[in-house]
Each structure stands twice: as C-alpha cells, then as structure tokens.
Design a protein around this ligand. Structure first.
Ligand code: ATP
Length: 339
C-alpha cells in the first residue's frame, strides 16, 4: 500500500515559510493534483515526500511508515520533472535499462530486457529503442523520462509539471497516456501543474495550496462547484469566476460580512429588458466563436458566456440576471460565507 500522509509538516527556507503545518492524506492508488499560485509550496511538498528536503516539523508517512527515517533512494518513489534528464550518449533502450542495472538491483540482462520492452510497449516506444536519446522529439524524450521511472515499478510517482515544456498537441497526447498508465499500474501519483485542463482531467482529487497550506482537497467537480475559499474559486474555471463588489447587488441578497460576490461566467442569464430583477450592462467585447461576452457595469467588468445565438456589438446594452442560487459569497479574508 502506498498511501501518503503529511502530518503538520513545515519547511522554512530562511525567513520563508514554504510549507506551513501542512496535512495531506493521499489514498493508495489515488491521482492527486496540487494546484496553487506560484510560491504556494507545491514543489517543496513533492520534495519533502521524495526526501529531497527534510521537514523542520511534522512527519511524512508512506505506506503508513515514517518516511523521514528512510533514505530518499529507499523510499520507492519516482520523481519526474519538467526537464527530462536523459543520458544523451545512451540509446533509449539503455536509458530505460539504466535504473535496473544498478548493482543493488542485481537484475539479470534478460530480466532487464523483459522489463524495458514491457515499459516501451506501454509508452508506444518499441520502435525507438535503438535511437540515441538526443535524436528524439521533446515528447518522446519525456516519454522516456517517464519510462525510466516506470521500469523501477515504484509505489509512488511525484510529477512536477511533467508536460509543461511540450507543445499543446504533445501535452494532450501524453496526458491521455498518463491517465491510461495510472489505470494500468495503479500507483499513487501526486502531480503538480498550473494547467487546469490537466488538473481536472487527471485528478481523482485536487489539492489547492495557498501559502504552504492546504485550503481544499476535493474532486474537481466539488472544487469547481463548491469552493471553500476565494483562492479555490479562482483556481478553476476558464474564463475565470467573476469577483464582484457587493454593492452591485440588492442589499437583501448579500449576507453580512461579504466583501466579494462571485459568479461563474456560464451562470449569468440573459433576460429580456422588461423581466424582473434584471441588471443592465454594456457590451465591451463579444467573441462569437467562444460565445464570450465582456460586459461593463459602472466600471466593473463582468465576463459571461452564452449559448444563445445573438449578435452582440460593443456599446450595446444587455439585460442579465445573476441568479441567487449561483452566487458565492466571500469575506475579507477570502473565506466562504455559506448561506
Ligand atoms: P511554482 O508554481 O512557482 O513552482 P511552488 O508552489 O512550487 O511555486 P515552491 O517552489 O515550493 O513553490 O516554493 C515555495 C516558497 O519557498 C517560495 O517562496 C520559494 O521562493 C521558496 N523556496 C523554495 N525552495 C527554496 C530554496 N531552496 N531556498 C530558498 N527558498 C526556497
């Protein structure tokens, strides 16, 4: 079993508290994606699990065992980075075989061959085994880097933006592969990305980090529909959620203490001008292909998406309603006010 637990783990770098009494529970075989702004502590969290950093406080457990006492190379954890680090002077075969040929493994050459061929098959790289690593495309190199981790059959994969240096098409391709691999091998994966599509398609659960703390850990659907704080609400959604001042709304609607009212662009409803409780806004911009409208209300920009076929032109007045059931309220500290 390879469940991972961080129990009130803290890590400082001089004056910076990179990870702050962080507690996370990742289940065996789970695919968890960590999302958060730059500097939130995502990479440091992975490095603490891998043993590349030592916590100042708290414990890291892998498979229920205290990992802090275990040397990084004995943790049975593979770390895959954004920059693939292959041996350029070796062939794909030898790159894949390398981890298996360490003296500690004592694998025979036929065992090595069997394992390398199996992994090359999983990654559709059979025909490239004889190529030199430097003669591969970026996507192929990253496949080999993932393969190098796979041959060792670790219990845990830590992936730090593994696809971010690839172009959009390759990223998509490898994303499908990763999801498939996860289903096949059933390993526990913790994956850091800034890409929402990757996060929402790959993750069983998304962990939102902010200032070295976990502010929410839930399924993508739950984080999207029921964010526990402003930071989680902003992390998912394209175009992003609208953050509006409370004075835009009827005072009877907004709970006391509200500093921000949030609504998803697709929850804004276009109405006839004479309907009840409508708000009038001015079109700033309309993108017909994406059905995306940028609207203005007294200097506040509101983004809406619409499925209705209508021609909106800049300067035109439109009537919308912001249904109360779709509104989320946040206090000054970004905490959710649940009504
Ligand atoms: P990004 O999305 O930009 O990669 P991140 O969420 O992965 O950010 P970390 O790399 O974990 O964030 O960094 C968290 C904080 O700790 C940042 O303020 C960073 O500058 C700091 N930090 C990380 N590693 C070190 C280090 N070795 N020495 C000093 N400060 C560090």
């Amino acid at each position: 079993m390879a469940e991972i637990q961080l129990q009130r783990v803290s890590k400082r770098f001089g004056p910076i508290l990179a990870v702050d009494a962080l507690s996370i529970d990742v289940r065996d075989g789970e695919f968890v994606v960590l999302l958060g702004p730059s500097g939130a502590g995502k990479t440091t969290t992975l490095r603490l699990i891998a043993g590349l950093e030592r916590p100042d406080e708290g414990d890291v457990l892998i498979g229920g065992e205290l990992a802090t006492a275990v040397h990084p190379s004995d943790r049975d954890v593979a770390f895959i980075f954004q920059q693939y680090s292959l041996y350029p002077h070796l062939s794909v075969y030898d790159n894949l075989a390398f981890p298996l040929r360490s003296p500690r493994r004592r694998s025979t050459e036929s065992e090595v061959r069997k394992r390398v061929e199996a992994v090359a098959g999983m990654l559709h790289m059979e025909s490239k085994l004889g190529n030199m690593a430097t003669h591969l495309s970026g996507g192929e190199m990253q496949r080999v880097a993932i393969g190098r981790a796979l041959v060792r059959q670790p219990r845990v994969f830590l992936m730090d933006e593994p696809l971010s240096s690839l172009d959009a098409k390759l990223r998509e391709e490898l994303r499908f592969e990763l999801k498939r691999l996860h289903r096949t091998i059933g390993a526990t994966i913790i994956y850091v990305t800034h890409d929402q599509v990757e996060a929402t398609t790959l993750a069983d659960r998304i962990g939102i980090l902010e200032h070295g703390r976990l502010v929410q850990m839930d399924t993508p659907r739950e984080v999207y529909g029921n964010p526990l704080c402003l930071s989680a609400a902003r992390r998912l959604g394209s175009p992003p959620i609208n953050l509006l001042p409370p004075n835009l709304f009827d005072v009877r609607v907004v709970p006391a203490g509200t500093a921000t009212v949030a609504i998803r662009p697709e929850d804004i409803v276009f109405e006839e001008a004479h309907a009840r409780d409508v708000m009038s806004l001015t079109v700033l911009e309309y993108s017909p292909l994406r059905h995306l409208l940028i609207l203005d209300r007294d200097g506040t920009v509101v983004v809406a998406t619409t499925t209705i076929e209508r021609n909106f032109s800049p300067g035109q007045a439109v009537s919308v309603s912001l249904p109360v059931r779709s509104l989320l309220y946040f206090d000054r500290d970004g905490g959710r006010i649940v009504t």
